[in-house]
Design a protein around this ligand. Structure first.
Ligand code: NAP
Length: 341
């Protein structure tokens, strides 16, 4: 078993047993479990502390909290629990990782350079843009990707929500606290959102559904959103809707910039992991939405962070017992069981 204190590697540099990259539910859970294994983990938060959870107003489906709680509250609880057992949390952004030799080297924008025997990558995902004219220019001027952050500014105003998933439904419901009218524009004639959210949306008098409709342009005047140009996906008919705000919830993109050309990504850019949360480089694990495009729940990210931490702990025991990390594992062997068959 490793000491949890790290050790010199011959160059006089401290080598961390485990560095966790990212501060969402997966990252903090991985830090908690590796801390409880006495590995003294270092968690580097990134710029978006808490990830997407921190911009979620109300979390109703995380087990153990029947009264629901806010995203920032949950993140603070995750952090406190991880720190209670010895995790170190640094507010720094990882700018580069050297995966091609062992120990791995992690560089941060704060000018730090760390060495690590193992890494748990949990950099999550970010909102996807619509990619239509006017969207970029009017972001922060009526175009938003976070109702929790910006909803307050639309008190007494009219807003449009784009998307048909859980996020669109949930955020549209949240916006009804402020806006006089919330129109959801969805490209199909059926929501993808869960039944319970659909029922709430349909029952809410402030919400109107505009089916089979996409936005082709966000229009503004005097540096403020004034409306959107639309197209009907069935008839091809174009239109214009006047509005004060445009909230975009059309899915997510993985935060994979650190891994491009270095680790195996799937065709949509998510890290490929096996059932033990292993990437294609031995000693490098991933958890949460950076490798999960299917479930994307706080509860599943927590589970993946747990699994990554448990396997990391076992690998560190093997390293302690003399196992040498092979960073050049043949990609074709990726799915085959390696250290812990
Ligand atoms: P999502 O489920 O991928 O839904 C994205 C929505 O945007 C879909 O309805 C999609 O239409 C639409 N869309 C995609 N590209 C578009 C485009 N270019 N123009 C117009 N519409 C477009 O994403 P999400 O709602 O952010 O949810 C992501 C994950 O987080 C899901 O697994 C969800 O269950 C989870 N989540 C859960 C909760 C909760 O449990 N309370 C809350 C938020 C999110 P189509 O339907 O036609 O594909």
């Amino acid at each position: 078993m490793t000491t949890g204190q790290g050790s010199a590697n011959g160059t006089g540099k401290q080598v961390e047993d485990v560095i966790v990259v990212g501060s969402g539910p997966a990252g903090f859970t991985a830090a908690l479990y590796t801390a409880r294994a006495n590995l003294n983990p270092l968690l580097l938060t990134g710029n978006d502390y808490g990830g997407q959870v921190s911009i979620t107003y109300d979390i109703e489906n995380y087990p153990g909290f029947p009264e629901s709680l806010s995203g920032p509250d949950l993140i603070e609880r995750f952090k406190a629990q991880a720190e209670k057992f010895g995790a170190r949390v640094e507010f720094d952004y990882v700018s580069e990782i050297e995966f091609d030799h062992h120990p791995f080297v992690v560089h941060t924008s704060g000018g730090q350079e760390y060495q690590a025997r193992t890494l748990i990558l949990s950099t999550g995902a970010r909102p996807r843009y619509l990619d239509v004219p006017g969207e970029k220019e009017l972001t922060g001027k009526g175009v938003s990707y976070c109702a929790t952050c910006d909803g307050f500014f639309f008190r007494g105003k009219d807003v449009i929500v784009i998307g048909g998933g859980d996020s669109a439904a949930e955020e549209a419901l949240f916006l009804t606290r402020f806006a006089t009218r919330v129109r959801i524009l969805h490209r199909r004639d059926k929501l993808r959102a869960s039944k319970i959210l659909q029922e709430r949306v349909f029952a809410n008098e402030k919400i109107e559904m505009l089916w089979n409709t996409v936005v082709t342009e966000v229009v503004g005047e005097g540096g403020k959103v004034t409306g959107v140009k639309t197209e009907n996906t069935v008839t091809g008919e174009s239109g214009h809707l006047a509005t004060d705000g445009v909230f975009v919830f059309v899915g997510h993109l993985p935060n994979n910039e650190l891994y491009q050309g270095k680790l195996h990504l799937d065709e949509e850019g998510y890290l490929i992991t096996d059932r033990k949360m292993r990437t294609n480089v031995e000693g490098v694990f991933a958890a949460g939405e950076i490798q999960d495009k299917v479930f994307k729940q706080v509860a599943t990210s927590v589970g993946q962070g747990t699994a990554a931490a448990l396997i990391t702990t076992r690998l560190l025991e093997d390293i302690e017992a003399g196992h040498k990390i092979n960073v050049t594992v043949d990609p074709r062997e990726f799915d085959a069981p390696r250290v812990h068959a």
